[in-house]
Design a protein around this ligand. Structure first.
Ligand SMILES: [Mg+2]
Length: 212
């Protein structure tokens, strides 16, 4: 991955590259349970973050209640899963090559910290820039989490690269002035993310290693 060599800091999305957060506690079930908090309003989505965005449009109280419960569900969800195959090796490689890694994620800081601790990945991660409030404007695809990561490192966006598996990662990177690498493991993802013209696209986490 030549593009990485020009950078100092990797911003790594959590859900997808590091683990599949809702593999065991399905996202659709979480979305369904969150919707019950804001009944009688119901939206047709199986994405918990759509429910959070909808709750935020109802007002700060609804958003707060949904966000707190989403944080609990995320904590439950990450206790049931393992790291994505190959990611530990990639993190080890990046550290050996002198990169810093910041997890930049719409998931809650607590869930991410707990998962990294459970799987001995803390030592590979310099920082976590992730959800701490119920305000969707602070989540990807907005650039706020990346901006905060740049500031925390005392660097500039051009020294950073964002690795993520969704459109929100590519769009947030562009808005923050950060180079983007799309991780697209399926043909559908390759089409969807390729259409957004990330700076690079890989189909396997192992492709993110620098050492052969
Ligand atoms: Mg993701």
């Amino acid at each position: 991955m030549e593009l990485l060599r020009e950078k100092d800091h990797v911003f790594l999305d959590f859900d997808g590259p590091v683990c599949d957060v809702f593999a065991r506690l399905p996202a659709s079930e979480v979305a369904d349970r969150l919707q019950r908090l804001i009944e009688p309003e119901v939206i047709a989505s199986s994405d918990p973050f759509d429910v959070l965005r909808f709750a935020a449009s109802c007002g700060p109280n609804a958003a707060h209640v949904v966000e707190r419960q989403l944080t609990r569900f995320e904590g439950e969800a990450v206790a049931l899963i393992s790291p994505a195959p190959g990611i530990a090796e990639v993190l080890r490689d990046w550290r050996a090559q002198g990169f810093t890694v910041t997890v930049v994620s719409n998931n809650s800081v607590d869930a991410i910290r707990s998962f990294l601790g459970l799987h001995d990945l803390v030592e590979f991660v310099r920082g976590i820039s992730a959800r701490t409030t119920s305000d969707p404007a602070l989540l990807k695809p907005q650039p706020a989490l990346l901006d905060a990561a740049v500031t925390a490192l005392g660097t500039s966006p051009v020294q950073c690269v964002m690795v993520g598996d969704s459109a929100a990662d590519i769009l947030a990177a562009r808005a923050a002035g950060v180079t983007s690498i799309a991780l697209a493991k399926t043909p559908a993802k390759r089409r969807a993310l390729g259409a957004l013209h990330p700076d690079a696209l890989v189909t396997d986490v192992a492709d993110l290693r620098l050492a052969p």
